[in-house]
Design a protein around this ligand. Structure first.
Ligand SMILES: [Zn+2]
Length: 476
């Protein structure tokens, strides 16, 4: 009898290992997402960046991450945590106008904390908390807003003067706390974007700025190591966009072509929304359409499909996009910067860096390119969270994961040109439930056989009762 029970236990253990691939150690389910604003993909090749390179060796790299149009800060930070293109998450620009609300959003204004600008999507920290997890946010755009009636479990109200080191100490502390640690964290730092605008990315003065970012990444690594979390937390380091060099030789002044009385100017170069005055759309469009060879001018409904930048009322009826490296202003009093971003997201100059390491990721694996919207389903997979509807696909980044990380049984990727296509992760949950049910079923049948052989006279009514209960579970 004892020998048989041991054999049965061993058999069940093997079956459980085979049937329950979705059960993972808790340490696979912690993730820290870091953004260094405006860190272009090739900065790691321009300057010695030993900490970035250490992460590549210890983990994975996507050399150029294709981000979302427009390649500005707020749209892309919201895309990273929602997996949605800007037309679908509604934060379509750093400065935008909503005709229904009759309100203007400016990322630097207090209205940026009005949830109505953000509620068209659900960021990952909200999904994490709805599933029972806890989240920590250090200055990530939108993370101090009560989106979908929910703040992050812990967050820092935006304060540009708070040092990187203080942000890191606070955030690592939330991961490290013994009671109710966070499982998902987001961390934002304003550089090298600010210096890239001021100096231009081609300036030799950018080199110490980039080296300083690498040192900051080193500080983060050290803090995680000190807290005993370095091999526990999945660390993803990326950015919202790149940066391109501008020149005073490459400026287009719109006043040369169009009277300001005919339209309202929304946002800033290089992609500007034009809101024509009532009845003036055709006149404005024809004044601009062929005005200057360094401008692309689109009616909203003619914006190229690949931008996924059409289906939202916050996208203005006419869009002007400057050619790479060009600046569009009303006139030169609007100001000028030596570096900028926001251009076509197919341009490599707009692409951000991407490195990651941790228990979920391969070691020393690199690939040339991927889409930033695919990061969201990857993070959901690592955190074992059901993704909200999104434009990404786990298949785009699954190769970054260690083989030991069990795959979800998601269907083949659906490339979603349009809003709200879901990458289901429910398959893994259903798979786990089926696995549990089958193992329990096997156990019951096996014990029934054993019991019948050992104790032929004993009633087995209780085991019979269990069958319909299991059936109920399978119907979930
Ligand atoms: Zn910027």
């Amino acid at each position: 009898m004892a020998e048989r029970l041991v054999k049965a236990s061993c058999l069940l253990a093997v079956i459980a290992m085979v049937m329950l691939p979705s059960c993972r150690p808790e340490d696979l389910r912690r993730l820290l997402l870091v953004s260094f604003d405006g860190f272009r993909w090739d900065y790691v090749q321009l300057v010695a960046t030993p900490n970035f390179h250490a992460l590549m060796e210890e983990g994975v790299q996507v050399k150029r991450m294709e981000n979302t149009y427009i390649t500005k800060t707020f749209p892309n930070h919201y895309s990273l945590v929602t997996g949605l293109h800007a037309e679908s998450h509604g934060v379509v620009a750093n400065i935008m106008y909503d005709p229904d609300l009759n309100m203007t959003f400016d990322m630097d204004g207090t209205e940026a904390r009005d949830p109505r600008w953000w509620n068209q999507a659900t960021p990952l920290w909200v999904t994490n908390q709805r599933a029972g997890g806890r989240s920590g946010a250090a200055m990530w755009p939108g993370s101090d807003v009560e989106i979908q009636q929910t703040y992050p479990t812990h967050f820092l109200p935006y304060n540009a003067s708070m040092s990187f080191e203080d942000r890191v100490r606070t955030l690592v502390g939330w991961f490290a706390q013994k009671e109710q640690p966070v499982s998902f964290g987001v961390l934002y730092w304003e550089e090298p974007d600010a210096s890239g605008h001021r100096l231009g990315p081609d300036s030799p003065e950018m080199k110490p700025i980039i080296a300083d970012i690498d040192a900051k990444l080193g500080f983060l690594r050290d803090e995680l190591k000190s807290a005993g979390l370095y091999d526990q937390v999945n660390l993803v380091v990326t950015s919202d966009h790149g940066m391109v060099q501008l020149s005073t030789e490459r400026i287009v002044e719109l006043d040369e072509y169009l009277s300001r009385d005919l339209y309202t100017w929304i946002d800033k170069s290089p992609v500007v929304g034009i809101l024509p005055k009532e009845g003036k759309l055709e006149e404005v469009y024809h004044s601009l359409a062929n005005a200057n060879p360094h401008l692309h001018v689109y009616k909203r409904e003619e914006i190229p499909e690949r931008f996924h930048y059409m289906h939202n009322d916050r996208i203005m009826p006419i869009i002007i996009e400057a050619e790479e490296g060009w600046t569009v202003v009303r006139n030169k009093s609007d100001g000028f910067m030596l570096g900028n971003h926001g251009y076509d997201n197919a341009l490599s100059s707009m692409h951000p860096v991407f490195v990651a390491r941790g228990p979920a990721f391969q070691h020393g694996y690199s690939k040339d390119s991927a889409r930033a919207v695919d990061l969201y389903p990857l993070m959901c997979h690592i955190l074992a969270l059901p993704p909200e509807s999104n434009n990404g696909s786990l298949s785009g980044l699954r190769d970054l994961l260690r083989e030991a990380t069990p795959p979800t049984q998601a269907p083949p990727p659906t490339l979603a040109p349009h809003p709200h296509v879901t990458e289901p992760a429910y398959a893994s949950v259903v798979g786990s439930l089926l696995g549990v049910a089958l193992v329990l079923g096997f156990l019951l049948v096996f014990l029934k056989q054993v019991t019948r052989r050992q104790l032929p006279a004993t009633p087995i009514g209780n085991l019979e009762i269990s069958q319909p209960l299991l059936q109920d579970h399978l119907d979930m």
